[in-house]
Ligand binder design. Structure first.
Ligand code: SF4
Length: 326
């Protein structure tokens, strides 16, 4: 079978695991290309207007997969991967939205519930309830998932060595681990945001590559150990309800505390409820820690030129500030 995975949402976090899972079960995995204007336009047309941009993008990728003649589309219901926290409600409701948006019988989805206390976990008792996956025994599903987890752990280990997700997606397929990534530029910026915003070609507009071209060391949340993030959250009176919003916010706090980080850029998309809280909190913290903070908020109509101008101005300002201090 040809199983399609949309290059959107948690593709950027779990793809190595998901791909290996289906390969182990004997399927061919097909992925859409990077988000472009056509994908975002077609996704926006079939989505409710008030939904966040990443979900519109996801819908656009589902349409792309249908045109690529896949047999099934993988769209799990991401519920929880840690105790007492859940994914944002859009993830919880994604399979329902898809069912009502793509009701034509040509669409076949694989939509298992992902409920676990581990980031990489999945309950095989839930997997086997999915009509497509029910053709396998629990043991087969467990073994295939565990093979996927090994790939994912390598991918994660590469990110911890200072590589961006774009880089780690290539490197995890090679033998062994790469060396620690060198960061020897004169300024360092933390780029904070959900992986499906920072690394999506339309939302993030290759911001990490653009900054590197401007001579900046890049730091992101996936380069941090879970323990570093948890430490920041422990110090908070009250954390957020949503797993990834917490990760992003904790990464922001972590980098505010790092003397080597000169500034923070928050990448966010129009229509994100959790970011309206965490983004504002990070912005307020910017004064407290005395570090420059920039928000890049993208909607369906955003162009690339404004991004380039803003990050150039931001890096110039940081360099001048450093010079003045010296
Ligand atoms: S966290 Fe924000 S951007 Fe992500 S799915 Fe939820 S509302 Fe959309």
């Amino acid at each position: 079978m040809r199983v399609g995975i949309p290059k959107a949402l948690l593709y950027y976090y779990y793809f190595p695991l998901w791909k290996e899972f289906f390969v182990q079960l004997g399927h061919e995995v097909i992925v859409t290309g990077s988000t472009n204007k056509k994908i975002i336009n077609q996704g926006s047309k079939i989505s409710v207007p008030e939904i966040c941009v990443p979900i519109k993008i996801f819908n656009g990728h589902v349409l792309e997969l249908a045109a690529m003649n896949v047999d099934y589309i993988f769209a799990p219901r991401m519920v929880t991967v840690e105790k007492s926290k859940t994914f944002c409600p859009k993830f919880l409701g994604l399979p329902d939205m898809l069912r009502y948006t793509f009701c034509d019988p040509q669409y076949h989805f694989i939509m298992p519930y992902i409920c676990s206390k581990k980031e990489w976990g999945a309950d095989v008792k839930e997997l086997v309830k999915d009509p497509f996956l029910s053709q396998y025994s629990e043991n087969q599903l467990r073994e295939a998932w565990e093979a996927g987890v090994k790939k994912w752990q390598k991918f994660q280990a590469i990110c911890r060595l200072g590589y961006t997700i774009d880089e780690a997606m290539v490197l995890y397929q090679k033998e062994g681990l790469p060396p620690q990534k060198e960061k020897n530029q004169d300024i360092s910026i933390a780029v904070i945001g959900y992986v499906y915003e920072v690394y999506d070609q339309f939302v993030g507009m290759e911001i990490t590559k653009r900054l590197e071209a401007l001579g900046v060391n890049i730091y992101t949340f996936e380069m941090l150990e879970l323990e570093d993030l948890k430490k920041q959250l422990k110090a908070m009176e009250k954390t957020l309800f949503w797993t990834f919003a917490n990760k992003v916010f904790a990464a922001g706090l972590h980098y505010y505390h790092q003397p080597g980080i000169d500034g923070i850029i928050h990448v966010t998309a129009f229509g994100c409820g959790p970011d309206s809280l965490s983004g504002k909190m990070m912005e307020l913290d910017s004064d407290k820690y005395g570090k420059p903070f920039l928000t890049i908020r993208v909607d369906e109509h955003t162009g690339e030129s404004h991004l380039q101008t803003r990050i150039e101005a931001f890096t110039d300002m940081i360099r001048r500030k450093k010079l003045a201090k010296k």
